[in-house]
Design a protein around this ligand. Structure first.
Ligand SMILES: C[S@@+](CC[C@H](N)C(=O)[O-])C[C@H]1O[C@@H](n2cnc3c(N)ncnc32)[C@H](O)[C@@H]1O
Length: 319
């Protein structure tokens, strides 16, 4: 399917959708390093600009719109005014694109925290807005480890299907392929050791791309990014921020001696090993931590392809 991608970052989501056979025809991000990474690995269809400068009327029509919108503005007192709140201009842009372009489907990604924003009132309002824009929606809280990603990253995925396609659900959300203990018919979660143990010591000469690591000291203080990493479990969430000094906090390596390199973090996020990140190390970590795992995006992309093939089949049987 033809896809329009908003807030595309380095392109984790887009890459998976493309690997599944779809085409991203237009993408955008405000971050110059992320755009450079995207251009060098995925394609030149990405536009570097603040989304607020983009005129929706000039965007090409696509069957699918994808993107993750940060939601900064929400107040209990003003709970039915998500769209009017100035701080929510990114959400508003996503909403406007959906409303005006009327793609067949949209896929929106967000952090788990969006579910508890305003004790659930924010997400309720968001789902209501999308309904008003012409979509039947469904919401999934996903643990990426359940899809074979070596990381217990939890994200909210909203799928929208245009009401003009009827009430029969066409997009079947991919079922999990993995489970924690692997005792109920699915494969066992993939451990971080299995994913990254093959990498050479980054302190020795090597030819691995982006194999450099933050010297931020490993100290176990029992909070996010300061916990011992269990080699036999999936990695904790690869972060896009958070060392307290404005930098990014990489997960400690399970050897306890250092933090994960950019490459190891990217492999946990299921980026291919020849996908090179551009920019200074902090920016590379951020691009990796911001991404939708490529493997999970691929599964969403496969479902779009399945729908497309069925459409071809359905139209051919009436000829
Ligand atoms: C969560 S990341 C998206 C990651 C992407 N989906 C992926 O899989 O790699 C959100 C992106 O929104 C971008 N962004 C934030 N504000 C923006 C704005 N005003 N205009 C355009 N992009 C913006 C950020 O630079 C960041 O790359």
């Amino acid at each position: 399917m033809k896809i329009l991608s908003l807030f595309s970052g380095a392109g984790g989501l887009d890459l998976g959708l493309i690997q599944a056979g779809n085409t991203v025809i237009w993408a955008n991000d405000i971050d110059k390093n992320a755009v450079e990474t995207y251009k060098n690995n995925i394609g030149n269809h990405i536009v570097l600009d603040d989304i607020k400068n983009i005129d929706i009327a000039t965007l090409p029509r696509a069957e699918v719109v994808v993107g993750g919108f940060p939601c900064q503005g929400f107040s209990q007192a003003n709970r039915f005014r998500m769209l009017e709140d100035e701080r929510n201009h990114l959400y508003r842009f996503f909403y406007e694109v959906i409303k005006r372009k009327q793609p067949d489907f949209f896929i929106a990604e967000n952090v788990k925290g969006i579910l508890s924003l305003g004790k659930g009132a924010a997400i309720e309002q968001i789902m209501y807005d999308f309904g008003k824009a012409g979509y039947n929606t469904e919401l999934h809280l996903v643990n990426m480890a359940d899809y074979g990603v070596p990381e217990t990253r939890k994200r909210v995925i909203i799928i929208g299907q245009n009401k003009s396609l009827g009430n029969r659900k066409l997009f079947h959300f991919p079922p999990p392929t993995h489970e924690k203990d692997g005792k109920h018919g699915l494969k066992k979660w993939v451990s971080i050791r299995k994913a990254i143990d093959h990498f050479p010591d980054p302190d020795l000469p090597n030819a691995v791309l982006n194999h450099e690591y933050s010297k931020y000291k490993v100290q176990y203080r029992d909070y996010t990014a300061h916990r011992q990493t269990d080699p036999d479990k999936p990695s904790p969430t690869i972060l896009a921020r958070g060392n307290g000094g404005g930098g990014v906090c990489a997960i400690p390596h399970y050897n306890g001696k250092r933090r994960l390199t950019v490459r190891e973090s990217a492999t946990v996020q299921t980026f291919p090993e020849d996908f090179e990140f551009h920019g200074v190390m902090g920016s590379c970590y951020r691009q990796v931590g911001n991404a939708v795992p490529v493997l999970f995006a691929y599964m969403l992309g496969k479902e779009l392809i399945r729908i497309e093939r069925n459409k071809e089949y359905e139209s051919s049987i009436f000829v």
